[in-house]
Design a protein around this ligand. Structure first.
Ligand code: DGL
Length: 269
């Protein structure tokens, strides 16, 4: 099999990364995708770095076994806490991308003076995003805040209603995020809140569409490295999860915007 026709691996802590999988499937329809959502260990947002590294190592090994030509970590919590370790495991076997670097590259190229970042506790407490931005653009003020209620809120379907509006207002009105010009959504789940966030800010703060930035970056890399699948024969996408409940099927449909056929693959058995 030529390297071009090998699949793209997408790794997430759960199902939120299906938003990215959906975007990639639309922009790169020729590519075969292998998605792995580690629902057995989700959510990761409050877990320790050690646990995140331990669980994600096994998933990366699995995606390597699937002969992926490139693996993208859709999850910000895993990108922030485990990428440095995972890249050593992967070595030069395959290109490993994370969710944070493309955002940092995008944001440090803008003229914003004051930006906000929201994400899970484990992402924000790692300080990885602030550190990476400050290293490149010393003049940019970065204010980050953990917004841990947003993942369960979204998974329970509170997205554009009074409950989500109150929770969002309570978080975003905090002093930490005063006077920002742009808000980075450093979590797989948050892009579904874009309309609600624009409403809160009255369109005066730019909400950074991370899914679009990651998808564009992936297309660019595949094009530049001559890895785009140019054969007309495309195998069907596969969606693996390490655990599956009825509600997770509903969540998957919400993020992928249509029914997804999820296959259980418990890598720890
Ligand atoms: N995928 C996680 C992230 O992007 C959010 C869900 C979780 O906590 O596992 O940070």
């Amino acid at each position: 099999m030529s390297i071009k026709s090998k699949p793209i691996g997408i790794f997430d802590s759960g199902l939120g990364g299906l938003t990215l999988a959906k975007a990639i499937s639309l922009v790169l329809p020729n590519e075969e995708l292998i998605y792995f959502g580690d629902t057995l260990h989700a959510p990761n947002g409050d877990r320790s770095k050690e646990t995140i590294i331990e669980n994600s190592t096994r998933v990366i090994e699995f995606l390597l076994e699937q002969q992926c030509k490139v693996i993208i970590i859709a999850c910000y919590t895993i990108s922030a806490n485990a990428f440095a370790t995972l890249i050593n495991i992967v070595g030069n076997k395959v290109k490993l991308l994370n969710a944070i670097d493309p955002l940092v590259e995008y944001i440090t190229d803008t003229n914003y003076k004051n930006i906000g970042v929201i994400g899970t506790r484990s992402t924000i407490e790692s300080n990885v995003i602030d550190d990476k931005i400050s290293k490149i653009n010393k003049g940019m003020i970065v204010s980050s805040m953990a917004t841990p209620l947003l993942v369960p809120m979204i998974e329970e379907g509170y997205i554009f209603d009074e409950i989500s509006s109150v929770i969002i207002r309570d978080y975003l009105s905090k002093h930490d995020l005063k006077d920002i010009e742009a808000l980075i959504l450093a979590c797989t789940h948050y892009p579904v809140l874009k309309n609600q966030l624009n409403k809160y800010y009255n369109f005066e703060v730019d909400i950074i569409d991370s899914v679009k930035i990651l998808t564009n970056m992936l297309s660019k890399i595949l094009r530049e490295e001559g890895l785009l699948n140019d054969s007309s024969e495309k195998k069907s996408n596969k969606f693996f999860v390490s655990d599956l409940t009825l509600h997770q099927k509903v969540i998957a449909k919400m993020f992928f915007e249509k029914e997804v056929s999820l296959e259980i693959m418990n890598l720890w058995k």
